[in-house]
Design a protein around this ligand. Structure first.
Ligand code: NDP
Ligand code: 8X3
Length: 249
């Protein structure tokens, strides 16, 4: 039977590449994000894979619940949930931080992940079967200058991934945390509020990860048999040894 994967934040970057990789593996897809036109374009690209689009902000719990409840019968059995939506907003010392940025990161990276998980979990619980991949970050395992609240939000993802793995074990639901290093996506453009020059500098002088590199790892994880439970994986760029330790030419 065709398995179904729901990927949040599929309109860009890691989420988009993951949707493509899972479609290539034979999954049908539920793709989500706020930018509907991007999701429409991805659905066209994924054809003939069956795709259902849900447009919501992961911070809006009511919208998340309504969207998941609206799934047509043929997409309702979510076998794999990829909690990917999120990102960084700002890179400033804590004393200069913008509380609106703090809200955006904590509400999307932490509570958004909880909102979507809670909406999807009842079906997994009922079927006693499921696989959840949380996209954390190396920033959840190291703290770097000015990363403060983003690092804290991803440290919360690390803690929640462990907690979910424990709580959901009796329900036969596997939970994994994927921690990318530097991946070239819209991440830095979002972090620097559209400053393309500053964003490009993040990836200057080395070969960063591509979203497809992370997608391949996720593809591997979700195609393991039921006797294999990969808990956590960290993926750096080749020239990277720690969050901010990068060998640049
Ligand atoms: P992108 O900015 O390219 O993609 C982010 C995705 O998340 C978009 O599809 C965006 O969709 C969605 N999203 C963001 N906020 C919300 C929201 N409030 N509600 C719904 N969807 C949302 O960045 P990446 O692909 O790099 O980021 C994906 C994940 O990977 C994030 O959790 C990020 O923290 C993590 N990560 C990224 C790394 C990197 O170096 N790039 C490294 C480590 C982790 P839309 O705007 O359409 O809503
Ligand atoms: C993204 C990686 O190191 O920029 O989570 O925080 S980093």
């Amino acid at each position: 039977m065709t398995r179904t994967a729901l990927v949040t934040g599929a309109s860009s970057g890691i989420g988009r590449a993951t949707a493509v990789a899972l479609a290539q593996t034979g999954f049908q897809l539920v793709i989500t994000g706020r930018r509907r036109e991007r999701l429409d374009e991805l659905a066209r690209q994924l054809a003939p894979t069956p795709v259902h689009i849900l447009t919501f902000d992961v911070r809006d719990r009511a919208a998340v619940n309504a969207a998941v409840a609206s799934l047509p019968a043929e997409f309702r059995t979510i076998d794999v949930l990829v909690n990917n939506a999120g990102g960084a907003h700002g890179l400033a010392p804590i004393q200069d931080g913008d509380p609106n940025d703090w809200d955006a990161m904590l509400d999307s990276n932490v509570k958004g992940l909880l909102n979507v998980s809670q909406a999807v979990l009842p079906g997994m619980k009922e079927r006693q079967q499921g696989h959840i991949i949380n996209i954390g970050s190396i920033a959840g395992h190291e703290v770097y200058a000015n990363g403060n609240v983003y690092c804290a939000s991803k440290a919360a993802v690390a803690a929640l991934s462990k907690a979910m793995r424990i709580d959901l074990l009796p329900l036969h639901i596997r939970v994994a945390e994927v921690n990318p290093g530097a991946v070239e996506t819209e991440f830095s453009a979002v972090r620097f509020k559209g400053d393309a020059v500053r964003a490009a500098k993040v990836y200057d002088g080395f070969d960063p990860l591509k979203p497809e590199d992370i997608a391949e790892v996720i593809q591997f994880m979700v195609t393991r048999p039921a006797n294999v439970h990969i808990a956590e994986i960290t993926v750096f760029a080749g020239a990277q040894g720690a969050a901010t330790l990068i060998r640049r030419d």
